[in-house]
Design a protein around this ligand. Structure first.
Ligand code: GLY
Length: 378
């Protein structure tokens, strides 16, 4: 059995136990006690649990996973009807991995309709004057009204998918314009990235880069860089413009050149490394998935191929051997040592559900060539 297959089998053992453990609730992060905090689908992260259930079902064919996954979609339907905490751009994370996943796997018409409705809610974040999708806060929010964040690149596949299924150009146009702005303003000349960038809400003028979860405004938050690697690769998939693939490669090269000794990154590339510095295992899992997405576009003689393949192999080997919960009987999560927000005091160095999702997605890509739910496979 390959190391990847062994890791998948063990992950599914944990997910199966979690279905009973979590009931109708959704895991978010744990707080240093290896016990997932649960909620009723009220944060930005619940899609990852749904996505893990769908991936587990696709890998195993076990109806228990399907049933649990389909149940989460019902919950996402109620969330949209009630508009429960949807005033942010992470609609893409939430609905791509839940309702869109169900459409991709089963061609379920109700799931398709729900996904299209979710895409329309994401479009409400579009701001004409700045030509951006506003990440956080209400429309006229003085701090956040003109702000984009690099994470949003992973929310845009929802709009591209909506374009594919409606033929309505507005979804594609908005995703394309936002991608272009993100590439020009969030990615820096040395291939590092800002977490966030501000525009003047009235004039649309570019103002400055900044951070929310990174070490300082000009630093490179590793998870942001990872969202960029995967997000720009997906922009290339949907828009076909070579600059997006090139951007994804540049961000990946920067990330790889800064691997620490055990190949799993710290939380920010500019944070001083001491024995206390936190890792972010989730950043490594996201980046590995993104690098596999890039690799899918490269020809056999592409000069970056070997670097990317080696980086995926090294990251995933270290995650499996040094960071996973393989063999830990009562583990609730798959990956230890994720960091949510170190600067914000929310870095218990523990489980984060998106880390678990991308770890499983990457393992399934490696073992079975099974991609996640960011795009349709046919
Ligand atoms: N998208 C929010 C985060 O990565 O923490």
């Amino acid at each position: 059995m390959t190391m990847w297959k062994q890791a998948i089998e063990d992950a599914l053992r944990v997910v199966r136990a979690d279905i009973a453990r979590f009931g109708d609730q959704f895991p978010h992060v744990s707080n240093g006690d290896r016990v997932y905090q649960l909620n009723n689908n009220t944060d930005w992260t619940e899609g990852f649990w749904s996505g893990m259930l769908w991936l587990s079902y696709e890998y195993s064919g076990d109806e228990a996973f399907r049933e649990a996954a389909a149940k989460t979609v019902g919950n996402f339907r109620r969330r949209l009807e009630n508009r429960t905490n949807l005033d942010h751009h992470d609609i893409g994370f939430l609905y791509s991995l839940s309702a869109k996943a169900q459409w991709i796997i089963e061609k379920d018409e109700a799931a398709k309709k729900l996904t299209l409705e979710a895409a329309d809610v994401l479009l409400e974040r579009w701001r004409e004057k700045t030509q951006i999708l506003q990440a956080w806060g209400r429309k006229d929010d003085p701090e956040n009204g003109g702000r984009i964040i690099i994470d949003c690149m992973m929310n845009l596949p929802l709009l591209h998918w909506a374009y594919k299924h409606t033929g309505d150009e507005k979804y594609r146009q908005i995703a394309a314009t936002h991608s272009d702005k993100s590439r020009r303003f969030l990615v820096r000349g040395d291939d590092s990235s800002y977490h966030t960038f501000y525009f003047d809400q009235e004039t649309g003028d570019s103002l400055r880069g900044g951070t929310a979860q990174g070490y300082r405004d000009g630093s490179t938050w590793t998870r942001g860089q990872a969202w960029g690697i995967y997000g720009f690769a997906l922009a290339y998939r949907y828009l076909g413009q070579p600059e997006y693939l090139e951007t994804a490669k540049r961000l990946a090269r920067y990330f790889i050149e800064r691997f620490p000794e055990d190949d799993v990154v710290y939380w920010d590339f500019d944070a001083p490394v001491t024995p206390e510095t936190k890792r972010d295992s989730s950043a490594s899992a996201i980046a590995a998935a993104g690098m596999l997405e890039i690799l899918g576009f490269l020809s056999a003689d592409d000069p970056d191929r070997a670097m990317l393949q080696d980086a995926v192999e090294r990251s995933m080997t270290s995650l499996v051997k040094n960071y996973s919960t393989i063999g830990e009987e009562d583990a609730q999560g798959l990956l230890k040592r994720g960091s949510y927000s170190v600067r914000g005091g929310a870095a218990p160095d523990d489980y984060v559900i998106w880390g678990d999702y991308f770890y499983l997605e990457t393992l399934l890509r490696l073992e079975k060539g099974l991609t996640g739910y960011w795009y349709e496979r046919d």
